[in-house]
Design a protein around this ligand. Structure first.
Ligand SMILES: *Cc1c(COP(=O)(O)O)cnc(C)c1O
Length: 334
C-alpha cells in the first residue's frame, strides 16, 4: 500500500529528471557570485517575472524576511493579514531580526485584504507612530487566488499612498496556472515577489526573491548577515530551474485532483470549502484526531485540525483520489 501524504505540497521527492539535472549542474562558489547555475536561476526568474534582479535563498521564510527588511528600516511597519505567512508563520522574524512592526488586519473570505481596511490602517506622518512603509499580500492565500483587478487596485492604493507592495508568492505559479495567465500578469503589480521552489513546483530546497536591482542588492547583503550565503548552491538551483521548465504546467493536475477530492468528500456529506487550486479545506470539528488516526492506518497522512487542510502535489496521483474519498466515507460510516 503506497502512502498518500496530504499534509503539504512540501513533502514531494525530486523527480528522476530533476535528480539528473542536479547531477549535471555546473557549480561554483555562489558567495563569490561564481555559481553559474545559481546565476542562471536568478536571471531566469527575474526575466520571467519582469524584475531587474533575483536572489536565491534556502527558504521562503528567509526570502520574505529579506524582502521585508529590504523595504523597511528599523521602526517602520508593514500591513499584513492576520493569517498571512509573513505575519503568523515566520517566528516573528521581521520584528525580531528587522525591528519592523507588523500591522495585521483581518483578511477577507476571498483571501484578499480589504483595501478600505488597509487605507484606514496606514498611519499618519506623526512621531507617535511607526512609519507605514509596505503592504504585504499572499497569493495563493490558503489555496485562494487573488483576482487580477484586486491586485491592480492594491497597486493603485500603495502608489497613491507611497507604500511598497510585496507578494509572498510561495504558490505564485498555482495562481498563474489557475488563472491561465503568464505569471507576469500577477507579478507586474508588485515591487518584490518571493517564490517557493519547494512547494508545488517540487524542488527539494529553495526560494527566490525578485525585485529592483537596488532591492536585491540590499537583500544580498542581508542574506549574508542572516547566514543564507550558500556555496555550491547550484546543485539546488538546478532543481529549481528544472521545476520552472518542466513542473509548472502540471500544477493543473494537482488542481484537478483537489477539485475531484473536494467534490467526492462533499458527496459523502463533508463540509468542504470551495476548491480553487491544490488545497481542500474540510470542516471535521472535534473528529479531527480520530479521523487522522483512522486515515493513518489506511496509509493516508493528514495534519489533524478541526478545519482540515488536504494538499495535492506531484506525489499524489489521480488514482489516489478515490482511495482518499473511500477512506473518509468509511470513517463517516464507522
Ligand atoms: C511555505 C510558505 C512560506 C515559507 O516557506 P519555507 O520555505 O517553508 O520557509 C511562505 N509563505 C507561504 C504562503 C508558504 O506557504
Amino acid at each position: 500500500m503506497s502512502l498518500i501524504d496530504l499534509r503539504s505540497d512540501t513533502v514531494t521527492q525530486p523527480t528522476a529528471g530533476m535528480r539528473e539535472a542536479m547531477q549535471r549542474a555546473q557549480l561554483g562558489d555562489d558567495v563569490y557570485g561564481e555559481d553559474p547555475t545559481v546565476n542562471r536561476l536568478e536571471a531566469t526568474l527575474a526575466e520571467r517575472l519582469g524584475f531587474e534582479g533575483a536572489l536565491f535563498v534556502p527558504t521562503g521564510t528567509m526570502s520574505n524576511l529579506l524582502g521585508l527588511m529590504a523595504h523597511c528600516e528599523r521602526g517602520d511597519e508593514y500591513i499584513v493579514g492576520q493569517q498571512a505567512h509573513t505575519y503568523k508563520y515566520e517566528g516573528g522574524g521581521a520584528a525580531v531580526l528587522g525591528s519592523i512592526q507588523p500591522q495585521p488586519i483581518d483578511g477577507e473570505a476571498d483571501g484578499s485584504l480589504g483595501l478600505s481596511k488597509v487605507e484606514v490602517a496606514i498611519k499618519q506622518d506623526d512621531f507617535h507612530f511607526a512609519r507605514t512603509r509596505l503592504l504585504a499580500l499572499e497569493n495563493t492565500m490558503q489555496g485562494k487566488v487573488l483576482p487580477l483587478a484586486y491586485l491592480a487596485a492594491a497597486r493603485e492604493l500603495t502608489r497613491r499612498r507611497g507604500l511598497g507592495l510585496h507578494l509572498d508568492g510561495a504558490r505564485l505559479y498555482n495562481a498563474a496556472v489557475k488563472l491561465g495567465v503568464d505569471a507576469r500578469e500577477i507579478t507586474r503589480h508588485f515591487d518584490s515577489v518571493s517564490v517557493c521552489l519547494s512547494k508545488g513546483l517540487g524542488a527539494p530546497v529553495g526560494s527566490v526573491l525578485c525585485g529592483s536591482a537596488a532591492l536585491i542588492g540590499k537583500a544580498r547583503r542581508l542574506r549574508k548577515m542572516v547566514g543564507g550565503g550558500m556555496r555550491q548552491a547550484g546543485l539546488l538551483a538546478a532543481a529549481g530551474l528544472y521545476a520552472l521548465d518542466y513542473q509548472v504546467e502540471r500544477l493543473a493536475e494537482d488542481h484537478a485532483n483537489a477539485e475531484r477530492l473536494g467534490a467526492g468528500l462533499r458527496e459523502f456529506g463533508f463540509a468542504v470549502e470551495p476548491v480553487q487550486t491544490n488545497m481542500v479545506y474540510v470542516q471535521v470539528g472535534d473528529q479531527a484526531g480520530a479521523l487522522g488516526a483512522f486515515l493513518s492506518v489506511r496509509g493516508i497522512r493528514v495534519s489533524p485540525a478541526a478545519r482540515l487542510r488536504l494538499v495535492t502535489h506531484l506525489d499524489v496521483q489521480a488514482a489516489d483520489v478515490p482511495r482518499v474519498i473511500e477512506a473518509f466515507a468509511a470513517f463517516q460510516q464507522a
